[in-house]
Design a protein around this ligand. Structure first.
Ligand code: PGH
Ligand code: CA
Ligand code: ZN
Length: 307
């Protein structure tokens, strides 16, 4: 099967009340961990790369690997540009066969965000490529982009409705209280689910939850046991995530959980076998750790068997 776009997987998800996992990758092992888990669960899956990942690995490598994964898999796979900040990045993704792009201009004034979204829709839709945009600001750190606590602001539902109608985008990421990274909440985790429900009503399109990693205590403990020092980490608990899916979230972005699983896996290997220097004996188990993490996420999203 070839790569498909967001509409192919998200419209079905919205109709049936589950969400599709969108997982970030920067290399072959993480991609294979993601895709192997999706195939085993027979779940549709979105694999995505940031501009930072493209800088790191080169877009030709990333796109080719995703294309090969889709050819070999019997589930729907979307190749998506995550947090495209500039039109140039979007055009590069289109040229390399991405089937979906995000234009993230949510840190710019509303009118600029809208103008850019319209422009991207005009470029992408004739190619059958879907478009995601963002409204409101996430706290925390996006790849390459820092948004200070003070700059954080949640989505305005009325504005979201107008934005979607005027832009023609396929999916919207509304800021409802999550942030990127491993330190999402200082106190009790809380998302603005009522606001999310209003956004869903007023937009009528699939919604995307960024900063959705669960940051499981077990993985943090494992990393710390083998030499990491990660303190005060907190993610989005499964019950809150499921409330969000019930309120209109159809795409759940997960990056941090995979980074944690991968690096904890590597740390464990080095600790268990100090003499090891065969790369396969380190990265193989790390790939398996990513696969296990993705399998758990797919279980929480309800997308198993929907591929
Ligand atoms: C994300 C990932 N990518 O776009 O939103 O968020 O840091 O919670 O994995 P996490
Ligand atoms: Ca943003
Ligand atoms: Zn994000």
């Amino acid at each position: 099967m070839g790569l498909v776009n967001l509409n192919r997987v998200l419209l079905k998800a919205r109709e049936h009340g589950y969400a599709v996992g969108a997982f970030n990758f920067v290399d072959m092992e993480v991609l294979q961990g993601i895709v192997d888990a999706a195939v085993e669960a027979h779940a549709p899956v979105i694999v995505q790369t940031t501009e930072g990942a493209i800088e790191y690995a080169g877009i030709a490598y990333l796109a080719a690997m995703a294309r090969i994964a889709a050819e070999r898999a019997d589930v729907d796979i979307v190749l998506h540009l995550d947090h495209g900040k500039h039109l140039e990045a979007v055009m590069l993704a289109l040229r390399y066969g991405y089937t979906s792009v995000m234009i993230d201009a949510s840190d710019r004034p509303y009118e600029e965000n809208l103008a850019l979204a319209k422009e991207v829709v005009k470029l992408a839709h004739p190619l059958g490529v879907s478009v995601e945009a963002e409204l409101g600001r996430l706290r925390g750190i996006e790849d390459n982009v820092r948004v200070g606590e003070a700059g954080a602001s949640l989505v305005d539902p009325e504005q979201a409705g107008a934005f979607v109608r005027a832009s023609g985008i396929d999916a919207l990421a509304p800021a409802i209280g999550t942030s990127h990274g491993a330190f999402k909440f200082k106190g009790t985790p809380r998302l603005d689910i009522d606001r999310l429900r209003r956004v869903a009503d007023l937009t009528g399109i699939p919604l995307v939850l960024h900063g959705a990693s669960s940051v499981p205590a077990k993985v943090i403990e494992k990393a710390n046991r083998y030499g990491a020092r990660i303190e005060g980490a907190a993610g989005v608990p499964d019950d809150i995530l499921q409330q969000a899916i019930g309120a209109g979230i159809c795409k759940v972005n997960t990056d941090t959980d995979l980074r944690l699983a991968f690096t904890a896996g590597i740390r464990e290997r080095f600790a268990a076998e100090p003499g090891v220097f065969d790369i396969r004996h380190i990265l193989g188990p790390a790939r398996q750790a990513v696969k296990d993490m993705v399998a758990g996420r797919i279980g929480a999203f309800g997308s198993a068997g929907r591929g």
